[in-house]
Design a protein around this ligand. Structure first.
Ligand code: ADP
Ligand code: ADP
Ligand code: MG
Length: 674
């Protein structure tokens, strides 16, 4: 086994690899850019080497610098994580030339699978089902149209060099093929420097199901079962699970066998993922193979009990796989939610800043469920615009069989999301909580169009069930009463054990009023209280104290969690994707408040404000130019995503206040209108 390895990555995956290396007694070397000087992966590693400026192109993607860092520290092998150089054959080759082991597959396998056209040909030859289509280069638009008609519409136009959900287009009509082909070619050329486009059948209402494979250098290849990743936004995964609620034993076996066959055909070694697209009749087709550790590998680890990073290290060091196919057992159910630094209420725009508060939920549960949080940040960490917006992967696991285990894993996830404290940036926890509570998700009726179909106008907060709404009101009333009692005590207005308590209250949720009656008990430490909310009797017990950010309590015999933060006299309470500013008032005060005028929504602005921090890529308008509603005003890049800012109404540009290349702040004025 190696005595020292270097991790050519950052964030949660670097921390993940370091954790296993430590457990195995292997020394670790981190690399870091200027922006990551104080990052968690640097702190966790035994040694760390600075590799350049914040931009990935000048640090994490610099092959020579990383090879030099290995030489300098005596690292014998490199784990590349995912993204960055993990699927770069030049990197694997450069390490090889320097006598350093690449903890991943052989260069030939990376190359064969790195190109979508080549990989499909290899897959077809290996007897793997591929999406019906045309696996040759397409030169002209007329050719594209003829081929599409032959395959049958709808079709998907794809860049052979594409990845990360980019360079794909669906065409339902001949016209869309014509327009799409030209556009896809341009896009492929500018994004990947390679304009090769191919066409395949668009699978309608598909599910994304992938097989984890693991291979050693002795000819052994095994499948570690499937993961379903159908919950995607813009072809990017958001929620994953293992196993898939859709597969039967026969399909699972067939997919596993085909995945292993493909891995064997390219002489694979290490961990890899064979992605399939599955139609509603369980026909499955090869999409691509990712020749690296996948983001969502923890769900496989939870259901198999294996450590994939340990296996990668062992096979890279020349060992045989520690288990055979027959010894792989999948038990229970695991779900992963990707926590992104993005604002779900503002079209998922990226968000940056310092994590002023960061408390993941507790890990131990003790009832057959588990919570695992893979993260690269701690309280005080800075989320910058230079890298991926993913800040953590929250996974839950439940023992048991089938859909009962799945429901238990989902319930654990809902509680874990409610108990997760993140302040200082915008994040997608409310959206993830809403997904977990969605009936169609709970039933497992998924497709990659799930988010687009269920949230067609974006996300505006979850619609709670009646029960959840009452729980919400009960938590709000209890927290406010605990606060009031403490204030009354401090001010001497209420003596301990004095007989008088007020029974009738009104909880205000933003602009809505809910009557609550206190029938027994009294707010104290811990607090036990009986309430009537909208006609229903409820019992709450909690040890919550006014400064606590997380409410933990038992409501009607059930453990509940919520996020509580102060804003003057108001408490903001967040649970199950529902967030309100709440107040507690006497009924007479509430009666007066009901008649106060509502605040008006903000009017149209006379300038374009940058909705997120980022780098200006282009500003295709000039002063004095007339621009129609919907036209592009600016493109701003943040966290690898290009965000197009469009005119919300017809405007005339008065002044342009920034230029391409500028680093711009949240709410900075980019241009003024007349
Ligand atoms: P996985 O396939 O492992 O589940 P993803 O497909 O979400 O993970 O992303 C794989 C890698 O591609 C990640 O390292 C991610 O940083 C990178 N990636 C994701 N989105 C983009 C993008 N828009 N452009 C370039 N790279 C991306
Ligand atoms: P990438 O390299 O960007 O990950 P993939 O080929 O793996 O590209 O496709 C990404 C996603 O796009 C899939 O998970 C699926 O949601 C969708 N997709 C790809 N090909 C098809 C297809 N032929 N029909 C329907 N959806 C597809
Ligand atoms: Mg893919």
């Amino acid at each position: 086994m190696f005595s020292k390895i270097l991790i050519a990555n950052r964030g949660e995956i670097a921390c993940r690899v370091i954790r296993t290396a430590k457990r195995m007694g292997i020394a670790t070397v981190a690399v870091y850019s200027e922006a990551d000087r104080h990052a968690l992966h640097v702190e966790m590693a035994d040694e760390a080497v600075a590799i350049g400026p914040a931009a990935a192109g000048e640090s994490y993607l610099k092959i020579e610098t990383i090879v030099e860092a290995c030489r300098q520290t005596g690292a014998e092998a490199v784990h590349p994580g995912y993204g960055f150089l993990s699927e770069n054959p030049h990197f694997a080759r450069a390490l090889d030339a320097a006598g350093i082991v690449f903890i991943g597959p052989p260069v030939g396998a990376i190359e064969a699978m790195g190109d979508k056209i080549t990989s499909k040909k290899v897959a077809k030859e290996a007897g793997v089902n591929v999406v019906p289509g045309h696996m040759e280069l397409i030169e002209t638009t007329d050719e594209a149209v003829a081929i599409s008609n032959e395959i049958g519409l709808p079709v998907m136009l794809k860049a052979s060099a594409g990845g990360g959900g980019k360079g794909m287009r669906v065409a339902h009509t001949e016209r869309e093929v014509r327009e799409g082909f030209e556009a896809a070619r341009r896009e492929a050329k500018s994004s990947f420097g390679d304009e090769r486009i191919f066409i395949e059948k668009f699978i309608v209402e598909p599910r994304h199901i992938e097989i984890q494979v693991m291979a050693d250098g002795h000819g052994n290849v095994i499948s570690l079962g499937e993961r379903e990743c159908s919950i995607q936004r813009r072809n990017q995964k958001v929620v994953e699970e293992a196993p898939s609620p859709f597969l039967d034993a026969q399909t699972r076996k067939a997919m596993g066998e085909q995945a292993c066959r493909l891995a064997a055909a390219v002489g694979y070694r290490s961990a890899g993922t064979v992605e399939f697209i599955v139609d509603q009749h369980r026909n499955f087709y090869f999409l691509e193979m990712n020749t690296r550790l996948q983001v969502e590998h923890p769900v496989t680890e939870l259901v198999t009990g294996l450590d994939l990073v340990e296996m990668m290290l062992r096979v890279a060091a020349g060992e045989k796989l520690p288990i055979s196919q027959e010894e792989v057992v999948m038990k229970g159910w695991a779900v992963e939610c990707r926590l992104y630094a993005e604002d779900p209420f503002r079209s998922f725009l990226p968000s940056t800043g310092r994590l002023s508060r960061y408390h993941p939920p507790a890990h131990a549960s003790g009832d057959g469920t588990k919570v695992r949080n893979d993260t690269g940040v701690v309280e005080g960490s800075e989320i910058t615009l230079f890298y991926d917006p993913m800040i953590a992967k929250l996974c839950t696991y439940a023992e048991g069989e089938g859909m009962a285990a799945r429901s238990a894993a989902i319930a654990t996830m809902s509680d874990a999301l409610d108990a997760f404290t993140v302040h200082g940036i915008r994040h997608n926890i409310p959206f993830l909580a809403a997904l977990m509570a969605h009936p169609r998700w709970e039933e497992g009726r998924l497709s990659t169009a799930f988010i687009a179909e269920e949230f067609p106008d974006g996300f505006h907060g979850a619609e709670p069930s009646e029960e959840d709404r009452r729980i919400y009101v009960a938590i709000a009333a209890t927290c406010h009463l605990i606060e009031r009692q403490r204030l009354d005590r401090l001010s001497g207005r209420l003596k301990p054990h004095s007989g008088r308590i007020q029974n009738d209250w009104c909880v205000r949720l933003d602009n809505e009023f809910v009557d609550v009656a206190v029938t027994a008990g009294r707010p104290g430490v811990p607090c036990e209280i009986d309430l009537v909310v909208e006609g229903a009797k409820m019992r709450v017990s909690t040890a919550w104290q006014p400064a606590d950010l997380t409410f933990r309590g038992v409501v009607d015999g059930r453990d509940v969690f919520a996020q509580v933060s102060h804003d003057g006299a108001a408490l903001r309470i967040e649970r199950r994707g529902v967030s309100h500013e709440t107040h507690l008032m006497r009924p007479a005060v509430a009666e007066a408040a009901r008649h106060m005028p509502e605040k008006k929504a903000g009017e149209l602005l006379d300038r374009l404000i940058c909705p997120m921090p980022g780098i200006v890529i282009s500003l295709p308008v000039k002063e004095g130019q007339k621009v129609e509603a919907g036209e592009t005003l600016a493109t701003v890049e943040a966290m690898k995503m290009e965000n197009v800012l469009r005119a919300e109404r017809d405007v005339v540009i008065k002044k342009v206040c920034s230029a391409p290349g500028d680093i711009v702040a949240f709410d900075q004025v980019l241009m003024e209108f007349e």
